[in-house]
Design a protein around this ligand. Structure first.
Ligand SMILES: *[C@@H]1O[C@H](CO)[C@@H](O)[C@H](O)[C@H]1NC(C)=O
Ligand SMILES: *[C@@H]1O[C@H](CO)[C@@H](O)[C@H](O)[C@H]1NC(C)=O
Ligand SMILES: *[C@@H]1O[C@H](CO)[C@@H](O)[C@H](O)[C@H]1NC(C)=O
Ligand SMILES: *[C@@H]1O[C@H](CO)[C@@H](O)[C@H](O)[C@H]1NC(C)=O
Ligand SMILES: *[C@@H]1O[C@H](CO)[C@@H](O)[C@H](O)[C@H]1NC(C)=O
Ligand SMILES: *[C@@H]1O[C@H](CO)[C@@H](O)[C@H](O)[C@H]1NC(C)=O
Ligand SMILES: *[C@@H]1O[C@H](CO)[C@@H](O)[C@H](O)[C@H]1NC(C)=O
Length: 442
């Protein structure tokens, strides 16, 4: 796996200085090319999209707001059920016509469900370590980061592994704690669970599977006579490559198998692009509104003023300094891919020139799920003081975003007031969309 030079340099530097704090596991290579790992789409390990660049001369960061996806995990229970259904069809075959399939006869599916895997915990630890190295000037033992997590176990584990990495990098001088867990049953700006009327991405994903998978499916069925795999089965079987690999931390035989079926990983990746785009992204009418609550909290932090939101926020929590302190210099929130996609889309990041086609991928699209929300994805919103002017810069996987929507300059900087102005959709509570979320469907 490729590590950005800065990340690598920073980790090497840290390991020299703080031998005891070296992470257990600096992103294992898995002996799989990065291009293939990126085709794992939402199951791609974290890759920096650029080397982190310090802000331009004359600018000093005075606050950072981080939102991060949980690290690598086991399949969810729904995915596990679908994977097992495809596997059992394959394993009912007595004789494969291709010896490359023979490993399947003795293959046992033994993964857990939904939880963080050790590699995912290590990714989170590494991220905490990196944030300390990058932003240590912003914190002290009496100015700790303020940390929140969505209530699901894997996200909580991500947050606590991150704080462990952070503390370790500081040689335990600074020991942040997870300050607040937002229960998934309540108002929760770190989960996309408050918009029952929102549609799903199934129609677009299914259309793509029907268009791109038949040749993959046919090759599987040819090697496994009588298995009768469907396109959806084929898709689920491809997912065994990432899931087995990140769980066992070694290349899965399923990766080798699908490397022999040209186009299978690319077809899988684009299904993931469509899934996120039409799930809570630009392609879903009620997708972006689910990121509005988080953005309004972000605006409150950036401007040091009370939260003004009528969507997903818990107004009780956000009105209390213990649970929503203002004037902090570092905030870190832990969440999920679908929520982060909603935040990016509500904010205006990764805009596409046209909706994604369900049959003909645009090779120039910038909406790649592996770039937008890989495992352990992160956005950092930095507030800076530049010669007396307060500015904002947004980085996603360490890549400075252009912020064309608020007049971003060549360094990706917008004046804070222009950034706030640009977030009209969030400030209006989603221009009426949140009400549609709750409207009873006919
Ligand atoms: C599978 O292959 C073996 C060895 O070639 C053969 O003896 C057996 O009859 C085959 N079984 C089926 C179900 O085709
Ligand atoms: C890290 O995550 C793992 C789950 O993968 C969990 O069991 C462990 O308790 C976490 N460690 C810390 C320090 O929170
Ligand atoms: C809001 O937070 C308060 C304080 O934790 C909690 O008692 C309440 O149940 C929450 N309400 C909702 C709707 O999330
Ligand atoms: C595949 O389809 C054939 C014909 O419909 C059927 O006999 C066979 O049992 C099916 N195999 C599986 C694994 O479902
Ligand atoms: C939770 O959100 C709903 C929808 O915006 C709102 O009606 C309710 O007052 C909120 N509850 C709290 C405690 O903020
Ligand atoms: C905000 O924090 C800064 C430095 O951390 C401090 O100088 C200032 O007094 C604080 N302001 C408020 C209103 O608490
Ligand atoms: C993709 O971008 C390249 C370079 O800008 C351009 O030559 C090409 O026509 C574009 N392809 C499509 C399908 O838009």
């Amino acid at each position: 796996m490729h590590l950005g030079f800065v990340t690598l340099a920073c980790l090497i530097h840290l390991s020299e200085v703080f031998a005891a704090s070296v992470p257990r596991n600096i992103a294992p290579k898995f002996s799989i090319p990065e291009s293939e790992q990126r085709n794992w789409s939402p199951y791609s390990p974290y890759f920096p999209l650029a080397e982190y660049k310090a802000p331009p001369a004359g600018c000093e960061i005075n606050q950072v707001n981080i939102i991060q996806r949980h690290g690598a995990r086991f399949p969810t229970s729904g995915a596990a059920t679908r994977i097992k259904a495809g596997l059992s069809k394959l394993q009912s075959v007595q004789n494969f016509t291709d010896p490359k399939f023979d490993f399947i006869k003795s293959f046992t599916y033994d993964l857990g469900t939904s939880d963080l895997v050790p590699f995912g915990a290590a990714q989170s630890f590494d991220a905490g370590l990196e944030v300390f190295a990058r932003y240590s000037k912003l914190v002290s033992s009496d100015n700790l980061p303020f940390i929140r997590s969505d209530g699901s176990d894997r996200v909580v584990d991500t947050a606590t592994n991150w704080t462990a990495g952070f503390a370790s990098a500081s040689r335990n001088a600074i020991q942040p704690k997870l300050d607040l867990i937002l229960p998934q049953t309540g108002n929760d700006t770190l989960e996309d669970n408050m918009c029952p009327a929102a549609g799903e991405s199934d129609p677009q994903v299914d259309a793509w599977l029907a268009s791109a998978f038949p040749s993959v499916t046919a090759q599987l069925n040819a090697a496994a006579p009588g298995a009768n795999l469907t396109d959806a089965d084929a898709f689920n079987l491809v997912s065994l490559c990432p899931f087995m690999t990140v769980s066992k931390e070694q290349k899965s035989d399923f990766c080798t198998l699908f490397e022999g079926i040209p186009g299978s990983f690319e077809a899988f990746a684009y299904a993931g692009d469509l899934d996120k785009f039409y799930g809570t992204g630009y392609g879903q009418a009620l997708g972006p509104v689910q990121g509005v609550g988080y953005i309004n909290e972000l605006l409150a932090r950036l401007t040091n003023s009370a939260v003004n939101d009528n969507t997903q926020t818990n107004r009780t929590l956000d009105a209390a300094p213990d649970t929503f302190p203002l004037n902090k210099t570092m905030y870190a929130d832990f969440s999920h891919d679908n929520l982060m996609v909603a935040v990016f889309s509500a904010m205006g990041l990764f805009r596409q020139s046209a909706p994604l086609s369900t049959s003909t991928p645009d090779p120039n699209r910038t909406w790649l799920t592996s770039s937008v929300v890989p495992f352990s994805a992160r956005m950092a919103v930095e507030r800076l003081s530049c010669a007396g002017t307060t500015k904002v810069r947004v980085l996603v996987q360490d890549q400075v975003q252009p912020l064309e929507f608020c007049g971003g300059d060549q360094d990706g900087l917008c004046a804070l007031d222009k950034f706030v102005e640009s977030q009209a959709y969030a400030r209006s509570g989603g221009a009426g969309d949140f009400e549609k979320c709750l409207a009873t469907t006919v």
